[in-house]
Write a protein that binds this ligand. Structure first.
Ligand code: DX5
Length: 223
């Protein structure tokens, strides 16, 4: 079972990142949010592209079962083409690879060929123009609002001009492409990123450190 990601509709999509959830009680961690979230994200780190090491495709089925939502795999790995098929087989609905990674274009093509939706992510120092040639095939652009590798970092407001540039390019393309932000998202920074043009919000530590994650998501939706 691989539910597709919803298509962009102008309504913001809230995407819990399981990196900050309790891996040993995923069902308990995700239960309060599954009716308020649009999909979930697994942050895959290889210890090379980013200094942290997280997990592989083995986590995807458990996350999908724990919440019944589409799983978005964010591959922060040097060679994403090596892992695309494994995450597709594991049940991911969407895969985002980094524009700075090896053979990123080939990885996007492979993701699409497997029938999943595909995203391209930009590290803070990578300019928006790196994704523009791919907008005709992409389903998502992810503008990182922290340096990838760890949850709990502070939002980088200096990424907002890049969000505005990508939003304008998506509008000009006329294609249904999500503009996702990831890193340091809370009620205040979500509003700032939303005003700049983001419509998908990855939330990790602010959500799972909250005393009442469901109330946190409801507040975010209102914001
Ligand atoms: C960075 C990770 C984090 C995570 C969200 O590599 O991608 O951004 O998903 O973490 P918070 O919301 O804690 O910044």
């Amino acid at each position: 079972m691989r539910p597709p990601l919803p298509r962009p509709s102008g309504r913001p999509a809230l995407v819990p990142s399981v990196l900050s959830a309790d891996f040993f009680c995923l069902r308990k961690s995700l239960a309060p949010v599954k009716r308020l979230a649009d999909w979930v994200q697994v942050d895959v780190m290889d210890g090379h592209f980013v200094p942290n090491l997280s997990f592989g495709p083995v986590l995807v089925p458990g996350v999908a079962r724990a919440c019944g939502l589409p799983v978005d795999a964010h591959l922060m790995v040097e060679e994403p083409l090596r892992f695309v098929d494994a995450f597709a087989r594991a049940g991911a609905s969407h895969i985002t690879v980094h524009a700075e990674a090896a053979h990123a274009a080939a990885a996007v093509r492979r993701i699409k060929a497997l029938g999943l939706t595909a995203g391209l992510a930009l590290r803070p120092k990578t300019p928006a123009r790196r994704v523009l040639p791919y907008l005709k095939v992409l389903d998502m652009v992810l503008v990182m609002t922290v340096e990838p590798g760890f949850g709990g970092q502070s939002f980088m407001p200096e990424m907002m001009p890049k969000v505005r540039t990508v939003r304008a390019a998506i509008a000009a393309s006329g294609r249904p492409v999500w503009l996702q932000v990831d890193g340091g998202i809370n009620a205040a920074t979500a509003v700032e990123a939303g005003e700049a043009g983001a419509d998908s919000f990855v939330i990790g530590s602010a959500l799972f450190s909250s005393r009442d994650p469901a109330a946190f998501l409801r507040r975010l939706k209102r914001a």
